[in-house]
Design a protein around this ligand. Structure first.
Ligand code: UGY
Ligand code: MN
Length: 248
């Protein structure tokens, strides 16, 4: 028997695990006939927003980015995406990066369609243009071994270019694969598991995690992960990058 008084979700000052058992839906203006869960946002203490969207019949997302850019990733199903007058069909594993000040519209008639979004306030960089709209497909992005370990593969979905102040990567760990060190860094993460399971260490606390779970890690939240089970563990994650690290 499941006990409704228990959850794997935790929310702390410098990290959070959000498992789907705790979801309560949000109503977002312009996003209609869909179920929206706001998984990470500034009320948590984060500098990013991460949402998970499940389309119902005739679901639509219509809006305009303002000072924040939005990265949309298709976790399952398919939809049409129109950004800046260009319309494409996006299927599982495909994505579109929508820079600031752009109209966007997504439609899906398929109930199973699921999207993940990462939002970040764009920080201009003198001498660089604002990034363009980018459509892409994770299946076409190489996944070289991470720090020389073939059990770990890292796919970098957005160009490695100082125009961008956010990165979105997909990290794949074979069972038993693990981060080679406890990371301690200024960059912040939002992430969602696409496959598999394992144990995450956050700020010296140990959490079992699996497909569907999301994590927020504040700057300097110490982090380590190992994959368990019979299949690779895969997560997609956000990271802020490429900007001067201090106002001091
Ligand atoms: O890019 C990263 O910082 C990544 N290695 N962190 C993580 O997966 N927790
Ligand atoms: Mn990290």
């Amino acid at each position: 028997m499941e006990i409704s008084a228990l959850t794997r979700s935790v929310v702390k000052s410098n990290h959070a695990i959000i498992s789907p058992d705790g979801y309560i839906n949000s109503s977002v203006p312009g996003w209609t006939n869909c179920t929206v869960n706001v998984i990470v946002n500034e009320d948590m203490g984060a500098n990013l927003c991460q949402t998970f969207i499940r389309f119902n019949k005739d679901g639509k997302l219509k809006g305009k980015t303002k000072s924040s850019q939005i990265f949309f990733y298709v976790i399952d199903g398919h939809c049409t995406a129109t950004v800046d007058d260009e319309t494409r069909v996006l299927t599982k594993g495909q994505f579109v990066y929508v820079p600031i000040e752009k109209e966007y519209a997504f439609e899906s008639h398929l109930q199973a369609t699921q999207l993940l979004t990462f939002h970040k306030v764009y920080e201009y960089l003198e001498g660089y243009d604002v990034p363009p709209v980018i459509f892409g497909d994770a299946a076409n992005v190489a996944g070289p071994a991470y720090l020389g370990d073939p059990a770990l593969r890292l796919q970098v979905l957005l160009p490695d270019d100082h125009k961008f102040d956010m990165a979105v990567n997909i990290f794949t760990y074979d069972p038993g694969g693990h981060l080679p060190l406890v990371e301690t860094h200024i960059m912040e993460h939002g992430l969602m598991y696409l496959q598999g399971q394992g144990i995450y260490m956050l700020d010296n606390q140990w959490y079992p995690v699996k497909k569907g779970d999301s994590i927020w890690m504040a700057p300097y939240c110490q982090q380590w992960f190992t994959a368990m089970g019979k299949e690779p563990a895969v997560y997609i994650y956000y990271k802020n990058v490429n900007r001067f690290p201090t106002i001091v």
